[in-house]
Ligand binder design. Structure first.
Ligand SMILES: [Zn+2]
Length: 295
């Protein structure tokens, strides 16, 4: 499943192709079950009606979500929320497990499982394909999406780009009494970390994923804080991990999967000490760690 580094890579690839572009027309799959599964909010019919004519003003990432802010349809200024932030409508895409958001030439034949096509004023098409259909498309203002439970009310801080200080991380992790792995997977704790980078971060920090968060020593907490940032930033530099079907905004596989030290390597020798890596289940997810290197 695409996690923070994969989504960040796609966002960086799409940003120059989408920013300032107007959506001329829209095609959504006609299959009613796929429509209702993919378009989480509003209704598929509303989604199709509300999007054409809108201009994408920015392309950003929040956690594992691709967030495209839209210019309001009226010529007046955007309404301002109580906290002073503009409440622009957004087109939000979550890639789920096998989703791809890419810009194509209109004459290119759509790949299989293309469910959404938006013709842009650049003459190119923004397309979304998703074989397993665990992805979702959302359209609306932040409050609206949260009220409809289409977007999480609470997303934790971004672990990279200097948005999370060591002090804040320490406070966060001390307040959670649960296994480290389950805390890392919890999007209301940290936004964007999933199964791959949770295991990789624990290995780099030398901490067993089953350790309790409030029992970590100051030194271990510091090591985990640094490890989370390292694994995420290194993966962004390698354009993400292509595990199942992930490709970047140009359809090219990332290379970080070749650099993973524990994820997907259960039973294989630890690259640091040679001990066969241990596979287990934690927080409902497959988890791999080294019994020797992680304490
Ligand atoms: Zn080891």
């Amino acid at each position: 499943m695409p996690e923070l580094p994969e989504v960040e890579t796609v966002v960086r690839d799409l940003r120059p192709q989408l920013t300032g572009r107007r959506i001329r027309s829209l095609q959504l799959t006609r299959d009613p079950s796929i429509r209702s599964r993919l378009v989480r909010y509003p209704s598929a019919a509303q989604f199709v009606r509300r999007l054409p004519g809108r201009t994408i003003t920015s392309v950003t990432r929040r956690g594992k979500y691709i967030v495209m802010s839209l210019q309001s349809l009226s010529r007046g200024p955007d309404t301002t929320g109580s906290n002073g932030a503009p409440e622009a409508e957004r087109l939000i895409v979550h890639l789920g497990m096998t989703g791809h958001l890419r810009v194509w030439e209109p004459e290119e034949a759509p790949v299989r499982h293309t469910h959404f096509r938006a013709l842009l004023d650049s003459g190119l098409e923004l397309r979304y394909d998703d074989q397993r259909q665990f992805g979702r498309l959302l359209l609306g203002k932040q409050d609206e999406l949260v009220a409809a439970r289409a977007f999480p009310a609470r997303l934790g801080p971004e672990p990279i780009h200097g948005d999370l200080t060591e002090g804040e991380f320490a406070k966060l992790i001390r307040s959670r009494r649960r296994p480290v792995k389950s805390a890392l997977l919890d999007q209301s704790f940290l936004a964007g970390v999933g199964n791959i980078y949770a295991d990789e971060a624990c290995f780099r920090a030398g901490i067993r994923p089953s350790r309790w968060t409030h029992r970590l020593t100051v030194r271990e907490r510091r090591a985990l804080y640094a490890a989370i940032q390292d694994v995420l930033e290194n993966s962004i530099a390698a354009r993400g991990s292509s595990i199942i079907s992930y490709v970047d905004g140009f359809g090219v596989r990332g290379t970080n999967q070749e650099k993973l030290l524990v994820y997907g390597r259960s039973g294989q020798p630890c690259l640091r000490c040679g001990t066969p890596l241990q596979g287990t289940r934690l927080a409902g997810r497959g988890t791999v760690y080294c019994r020797t290197c992680q304490r």
